[in-house]
Design a protein around this ligand. Structure first.
Ligand code: ADP
Length: 503
């Protein structure tokens, strides 16, 4: 058996071997993975990064909070960094790999209990390894009329990891952090903190009131490395009596600005309660064909080629979808208001559209995006802007020109959440082709830098760009993060480099 190729920084192989021995005592020998081939799943990347920069030194799979405490105690003594993951997919942001090489993956997938679902208060309490599919099946099997909101890779991933990354979905509960209530976290020194009302012994209200007393702490444990989160409270949406999904089609490129300008007031007035997702024709085409079937030339697929193919499939240059939820009596007036608003902005409306992600149907249809180029390479870019047509167009122009400079297509789903718009853009490439990988990497760097220079920051980023994006948010922000880090994790053993936070 070849030895591990990667040790934690400043830890000798003897001391690492001794630590692994102690860790076997904590979680059981079968749950300490340190052999090369056992670590393959933790190394695989979709993002355009070099695997050797994100090599785990091993993986530990605890089954309980006590195990997590035991692991952290050993790691503190040996100064071994751990990288916690829950369902460990994080697709397009770094998968299960750590931000820096040498970290032990703290894989929490064995902690997969649905601890509670309250059908009256519409709440749940879950462990890290619970997947959306598991929770979905649990509710269905018990006839509990609650809906889930999930990201595009829904069935594979879980609410805890996605909420910690401040992921998003497509229903009125689409802002996942906004819909969580109460966490249990294990601090680096092994103490267990329950946030919000959970700090009160025998609390009756942990999953129903977020703030408790004193500073509201939950945000500190998202996109951070200040603790290991072991339980999360969720708010779930009561299944609506009825719903109606609409597709709004704009006949030309003006549709981007018009869609945003029309959607924002409807979102802010509450007429539309879920995020309004725009998609360009290329994004929509990925459901029907691969790039190579359309175009063999160099550079991005020309606009006229895309538009001709889109027409054949009934796809508009810009499409927008949203869903109205409620009783038929509630839906009728909203339908009337929204339809009139979009029609007078120049769109055509399909009133009986279907999109499972807006209606509690888990599937993998969003993965068709990956077939466009093939080869499995994907990195997401989601610069935030105000939900104004002019900003969306400016973002589109920046994205399109930089992608095109690097020979890549613009595939975008700019989404109006409310006052904010996230210009979700997929950078796709063949991961097996070193030149394509290098091009995607250079392209992503250009995009991230140019967006930040124009005032549009990224709100989530892969493990290879965390330092760079953290720098765009300024030195004071970094100093505060560092001060918190030193206070909560003095040995810096939790996920060094996460969100650009180091000791
Ligand atoms: P998903 O499989 O839902 O995409 P992951 O489990 O990969 O999500 O988690 C995404 C990221 O969130 C991880 O890379 C890690 O940085 C962080 N994370 C996940 N679970 C935890 C946890 N329990 N405690 C602290 N951080 C976590």
């Amino acid at each position: 058996m070849p030895p591990r190729t990667t040790l934690p920084a400043d830890v000798s192989s003897t001391s690492f071997a001794r630590a692994l021995g102690e860790l076997r005592g904590v979680v059981g020998a079968a749950y300490v993975l340190a052999e090369d081939e056992q670590l393959v799943p933790y190394r695989k990347l979709m993002i355009p990064a070099a695997e050797e920069d994100h090599q785990p030194s091993g993986a530990i799979l605890p089954a309980s909070v006590q195990h997590v405490q035991g692991v952290l105690s050993v790691c503190n003594r040996y100064k071994i960094p751990v990288w916690p993951i829950s369902t460990g997919r994080n697709l397009g942001y770094g998968s299960a790999a750590p931000a820096t090489s040498g970290q032990l993956i703290l894989d929490l997938k064995r902690m997969d209990r649905i601890l509670e679902v309250d059908p009256v208060l519409c709440t749940a309490l879950v462990e890290p390894g619970v997947t959306y599919q598991q929770l979905h099946d649990y509710l269905r099997d018990r006839n509990i009329a609650l809906w889930l909101d999930f990201p595009g890779d829904g069935p594979l991933v879980g609410p805890l990891g996605n909420t910690l990354e401040r992921g998003t979905g497509s229903t009125p509960y689409g802002d996942h952090f906004a819909e969580c209530c109460g966490m249990e976290v294990v601090l680096a020194d092994g103490r267990v903190l329950r946030t919000g009302m959970g700090s009160l012994p025998r609390s009756a209200s942990w999953q129903v009131f977020k703030y408790g007393y004193g500073p509201y702490l939950d945000g500190l444990f998202t996109q951070s490395n200040f603790a290991v989160v072991t339980k999360l409270g969720l708010w779930l949406m009561p299944a609506p009596v009825a719903y109606r999904t609409l597709l709004v089609q704009y006949p030309d490129d003006q549709g981007l600005a018009k869609g945003v300008e029309t959607a924002r007031p409807l979102r802010l007035s509450g007429t539309i309660r879920n995020p309004c997702r725009l998609s360009n024709a290329t994004w929509m085409l990925t459901a029907f064909m691969r790039r190579a079937e359309l175009y063999q030339g160099s550079g991005p697929v020309p606009d006229d080629v895309i538009l001709a193919a889109a027409r054949q499939h009934g796809i508009a240059p810009w499409s927008l979808t949203f869903t109205l939820y409620g009783t038929p009596e509630q839906i009728a007036p909203s339908l009337d208001i929204a339809t009139r608003a979009f029609e007078s902005s120049g769109a055509q409306i399909v009133t009986d559209y279907h999109d499972g992600s807006q209606a509690n149907e888990l599937n993998l249809s969003s993965f068709s995006l990956l077939n466009w180029v093939g080869g499995g390479g994907l990195v997401w870019l989601a610069p935030v802007s105000p939900a104004r047509g002019s900003d969306a167009v400016r973002q589109r122009d920046i994205a399109k020109s930089i992608l095109s400079m690097h020979g890549m297509d613009y595939l975008a789903a700019p989404t109006v959440y409310g006052r904010d718009l996230h210009h979700l853009t997929a950078v796709l490439f063949d991961h097996g082709d070193p030149q394509a990988l290098e091009r995607a990497r250079a392209c992503f760097r250009d995009l991230a830098t140019t967006f930040a220079d124009n005032g549009y920051g990224l709100h989530r980023v892969g493990v290879d760009f965390m330092d760079e994006v953290a720098r765009t948010y300024g030195e004071t922000r970094r100093d505060v993060n560092r001060a918190l880090k030193r206070a909560l994790d003095p040995n810096g053993i939790l996920a060094p480099g996460k969100s650009g936070i180091h000791r």
